[in-house]
Ligand binder design. Structure first.
Ligand SMILES: *Cc1c(COP(=O)(O)O)cnc(C)c1O
Length: 390
């Protein structure tokens, strides 16, 4: 067998690639796990004569490369680029595409920080922004008629109301006007959803969430389809420099190895909770695409291989009841973020989505979001039911 082939063949299954793509053992020692290259620079054998192409770590580091190769394989992209955070990844991708005067069309319940990035950083820099309901294709067709539309930004399932948008249909609409179609795949992860296969040009991740999976490392990634966009993002990563550090990249790789089994368990646990909560007298809605009554259920069943670990509920008793619920669970811990092995509960209107208060992305103040972990389903269901009783 080859000791230097670093990638798992593209035809291998997802779980095999999640463990082996970009993860060849270290040829000098046989170390099964590739080492963490904690170095900022690389000795040259002569001026401009680099070993393995490495020169300086902002431009490239073997540990970051191993993560990037893994991500490109899992999303089915041409190349992947990893960054210090999800927002740094989004910023780098948008800078690689937009120039002043360009127009962005974005979904109306994307991650609050994504809206803040475009609205507060890119708009003052000369970009225009339309925020619309991406699950309504007629609204999208109308919005992209703007003559300078360059980006169609999709997040599905959306945050926090779990709306499902049709990636293939949106990609066709976006491409019809020459826009770059971007999907934030953080909620689904590449295990559950493959946006590039559905026609997207680029995928972004907060790898802080399901990819890292253990709430111990911040990171982001851009995965692109096509060499031309890849070159532009590679240049922005190097030229702007918000790269992930080697230890962060290594921890993210470590997390990704168990992504498939974690996503199966996250999905099963969330389904159990959603089913236990449907019709609960304290709630007026349960937002989970795995419920047959969810308006995006059929589309999600076609477009995803499972329904994921995120669900939201809205409380009959309004903001006061919602706050009491979020502060009463014991297994679910009150915290920002999502996608870790431990269950978390959050109050979007004051936490993840505080930055979009007063905009069209404002989240109702009776909504609570659950990031369902991989603990025992019975304990999670009991915890939620007990907190709702109080
Ligand atoms: C958290 C998150 C981001 C931002 O990622 P950071 O790693 O916090 O910068 C972007 N999109 C979604 C859907 C997120 O949940």
């Amino acid at each position: 067998m080859s000791d230097t082939a670093s990638s798992a063949p593209a035809q291998q299954g997802f779980s095999t690639r999640a463990i082996h793509a970009g993860q060849a053992f270290d040829p000098s020692t046989g170390s099964v796990v590739p080492p963490v290259y904690l170095t900022s620079t690389f000795v040259q054998d002569g001026i401009g004569n680099f070993r393995g192409g490495y020169e300086y770590a902002r431009g490239g580091n073997p540990t970051r490369d191993s993560l990037q190769e893994l991500l490109a394989s899992l999303e089915g992209g041409t190349a992947a680029y990893s960054f210090a955070s999800g927002l740094a990844a989004e910023d780098a991708l948008l800078r690689s595409i937009l120039t002043p005067g360009d127009h962005v069309v974005m979904g109306n319940d994307v991650y609050g920080g994504t809206h803040r990035l475009v609205n507060r950083v890119f708009v003052p820099w000369g970009i225009t922004l339309d925020v619309i309901d991406m699950s309504d294709l007629d609204q999208v067709r109308a919005a992209v008629q703007h003559p300078a539309t360059k980006v169609l930004w999709i997040e599905t399932p959306s945050n926090p109301l779990m709306k499902i948008s049709d990636i293939a249909a949106l990609a066709e609409i976006g491409h019809g006007v020459g826009a770059t179609v971007i999907v934030d795949n953080t909620f689904a992860s590449p295990y559950l959803q493959q946006p590039i296969a559905l026609g997207a040009d680029a995928v972004v991740h907060s790898t802080t969430k399901y990819l890292g999976g253990h709430s111990d490392v911040l990171g982001g990634a851009v995965i692109v389809n096509g060499a031309e966009l890849a070159d532009r993002v590679a240049f922005t990563q190097f030229g702007v420099g918000a790269v992930s550090g080697p230890l962060d990249a290594w921890l993210t790789v470590r997390g990704i190895k168990t992504l498939a089994v974690r996503m199966e368990r996250h999905s099963a646990n969330a389904q159990a909770i959603a089913e236990a909560l449907v019709g609960h007298p304290a709630l007026d809605a349960v937002y989970y695409p795995g419920l047959p009554t969810h308006p995006g259920h059929d589309l999600a069943a076609r477009q995803m291989r499972g329904f994921g670990g995120m669900l939201s509920v809205s409380l009959r008793g309004g903001a006061a009841a919602a706050r009491r619920f979020a502060e009463s669970t014991t297994v679910f811990q009150l915290a920002e973020s999502l996608g870790g092995v431990e269950s978390l509960i959050g109050y979007p209107s004051e936490m993840t989505h505080a930055s979009v208060k007063g905009t069209s992305l404002e989240v109702p103040d009776n909504v609570i979001r659950l990031s369902v972990g991989i603990e025992d389903a019975d304990d999670l269901v009991a915890d939620v039911l007990e907190a709702l009783r109080s």
